[in-house]
Ligand binder design. Structure first.
Ligand code: SF4
Length: 74
């Protein structure tokens, strides 16, 4: 996570000792608001999230796989 300033409660160690975003039991990021599907730490989100282009083909594909039709329109 380098210079990122993530709230500690959303950070975990991966099996290789790296710092990563904490995932809940279902695999989703702990910082995601499930009702709005928005990032609760948007201003402090990690660099990788800032670099990931919202709405690109990968994003659309994952949303289609995991969200109901009502949620995917949010
Ligand atoms: S933008 Fe990053 S930190 Fe925020 S909810 Fe999505 S994966 Fe988690």
């Amino acid at each position: 996570m380098g210079e990122d300033d993530i709230p500690a409660k959303y950070i975990a160690r991966d099996p290789w000792g790296g710092w990563v975003m904490l995932r809940l039991d279902d695999g989703w990021c702990a910082a995601l608001d499930r009702d709005t599907m928005r990032c609760t730490i948007y201003a402090r989100r990690p660099g990788i999230c800032r670099d990931y282009p919202m709405g690109d083909s990968d994003c659309i594909e994952v949303r289609a796989l995991h969200l109901s039709p009502d949620q995917s329109r949010k």
